[in-house]
Structures are given as C-alpha cells and as structure tokens.
Design a protein around this ligand. Sequence first.
Ligand SMILES: *Cc1c(COP(=O)(O)O)cnc(C)c1O
Length: 412
Amino acid sequence: MVRAHAHALPDTQLPAYVHDIDGLARHAADVSTASAEGASGAAPRVELYYAAKANPAPEILRALAPHVHGIEVASGGELAHVRGAAPGVPIAFGGPGKTDGELDAVVATGVHRLHVESEHELRRAAAFARAHGRAVDVLLRANPPVDVPGGPAAVPLAMGGRPSPFGMDPDALDRCARVAADEPRLRLLGIHAHLASGLDAAALGLLAEHLLDWAVGWAARNRLDLRELNVGGGMAVDYHRPEHRFDWRAYGKALAATAARPNAPVLRIEPGRALTAYHGWYVTDILDVKHSRGETFAVVRGGTHHLRTPAARGHSQPLAVLPRDGWPHPWPRPGVRDEPVTFVGQLCTPKDVLAAHVPVPGEVRVGDRVAFAMAGAYAWNISHRDFLMHPPPTFHYPTADGTHLEQAGRRT
Ligand SMILES: *Cc1c(COP(=O)(O)O)cnc(C)c1O
C-alpha cells in the first residue's frame, strides 16, 4: 500500500513522508493486547501510554488514541498540541526544566499525572496547586540504584543508573515524600523511572521487576502507599535489522507476572519509537549518481535536514529502491548495478549521509525513487529543517478505506 502510494506520488510532491495509518493502528492494537496480558477484571494492571515526542503528528496521535490509555508529553507545547489533536485522552506531563508557565498550565487545566523531576519543582507545583485551589496527582521521577541489565554502557541511550540530569537520587526522593506529606493538594501516587532506551523485552522485563522491588522498599521506608509505577519507554528498535522487532508478547508476560505480585501497584509503560518507527517512510528520488575514488554516491532530493535519524544515531537508514522507467535526455542515464551505494542528501556537509555502502540488489539510477523505512519516529520532528532552505517534505497518511488523510501543501 505504501509502496503503491510512493510510486503514485507526482514528482512535485517529493520528498514525501508517507505513513501507513492502518498498519500503525493494527500494531498499536497488538501492543495494547500484549501489554494487557493476564489482565483480569475491569481495572488494567498495566497501562499503555504513548510518548508523543517520538512523533506528535495529529494523524499519528489520532490513530493511536483508541489503543492507548494516555499520552505522555514533555513540554507546554506538546501539552497544547496533544489536547488539540486528541481531545480527552489522559495526559502525563513530564520532562526536565519545567517553566512556571508550564507548571501553572498543568495545574490550572489539570493533567492526569505530573512527573516531577526535583524537590524545587515539587515545591513550585505545590505553590501553583494552592494558588489555583486544585489538587495535583504526582509521580516522582527516580534515578534509583537499580542496575540497567547489561549496564548503562550496553544501551544506546542511558537516562539513569548513573549520574543524570533526569530524575532524582533516593535522598531527594525522600525529601519529596516529606514535602508531599505536608501538602494535601499534592497526591503522591508513586514513582516514574525511564532509565534507558534500546533494551530488548527480556532486559526490560527484568528492569521492571527490579524497579518494583526497589520502589516497594522505598515507599515502605517513607510510609507511602505505592499505587503506581511507571517503568518508562525505551523498547528497542533495531535499525540494522528491521525485521527484528521488540517482543511485545514476552514483555507483556513479564509485566503481567510483576503486576500480579501481591500489593503490586498499577504498572505503566510509555513507549515512543517502538510504537511509531515502523510505519513511516521518507520517499524521494535520485538526482545524481557519482563515482569518487572507487565509491558510488547517489544524491537524493532532500536529506538529513528532513530525516535526521541516521545522522543522529550514526546508522544507515534501511531503504528500498523503487525503479522508475523513462529517461528524457539524449545522454546515458547515470547509474550502477549490483554495487554498494552511499545515499547522501542535498546538504553541503559530509554529514548528510542517509545510508552508507548499501549493497542494493539491481540498479540504482538517476530518476529512481528511494523509500527510506523506519522513518516514523524521531525523524522529521528532530530534523534541522531550515538548514540550507530546501523545500520541506509533503506528508501523506493514506488508509486502505480511501479516507486519504492528505496534508495539503507542504508543512513547515
Ligand atoms: C523519550 C521518552 C520516552 C520514550 O522513549 P522511546 O525510546 O521512544 O520509547 C518515554 N518516557 C520518557 C520520560 C521519555 O523521555
């Protein structure tokens, strides 16, 4: 479906982001089912939130909304945006460095959960709660003395388990528990811990178990009723092996076992990339094919100013070449056959590499199209889009039933 759409796009629409909205919704439904594994009765023991920063496009949020319990946001901008795009979905507000304006808005308009990052922040939240005469439901973000399986060095992005600007050490958490005990408008419901990104199901399952052990002990020492434990996101997405997916079923089973312990709190997870990465493609065409000192370069329309993911993470973005027939010029069509090709963009920097030394089967020619896969998360929204002032991409959200959610014109 996406391939057909990528073929059918007129040249004037390139580069284009194409999202498989049906596939995304099916995937979210599967993840939701897997993470509800072992649930009994009305109240879920494991709740699924989506971390909006992975891809906050309104079409994406609306596709996910029926399958998640809520959405996690990390700024006032995301808060306003998500409320507009997916009204009524419960929101958890987190992120470091919250401004007074953000805390004021959070308290005044009411969010489902506020994830607090420091004692200073908690005291400021309390002040806004008093000023507005409203209660706030709080989780304390922890950087607990819990081992990230494999050690922090073993994961691509470690947010905790070592010195970190995110979350709080246990002594700060203890002080926060005392602040909350003295302020009836702060309802301290539990702990939030997002420690790493890039872990597989077995490691994350183990991490959830260790986090619960630690959180139960911490709550007992502080005479708190631990009602909730948010164990974060970070489910691995393997850009080197696109077919190697996070095992949601195994993770769901592990979470269910942990959540089934006596007096276990509600567990919450908040994946970002593992929900949306696989259902977005960046589609463009090849403007030139060049040889330099034994290597072949395909220069595509667009580049890492639209799809920064490979530059940010240092990988080759998986891709498929979509051959296009027809050559309007009297001179030979530049191209190669069965040779490794490095795909670069239009930026005047050697860093503008989308994929290096890719062994593409068959031909790679000027005018062929290229669909870069796994471009549904941390892609357009993390890109330095104005660098060199090339036109922005167009956005397409085709669905099988023909409700073609096309973004008219170019989104800037
Ligand atoms: C970014 C982030 C997530 C999502 O991380 P992924 O690696 O995309 O799953 C979840 N929780 C918090 C607090 C985050 O900052």
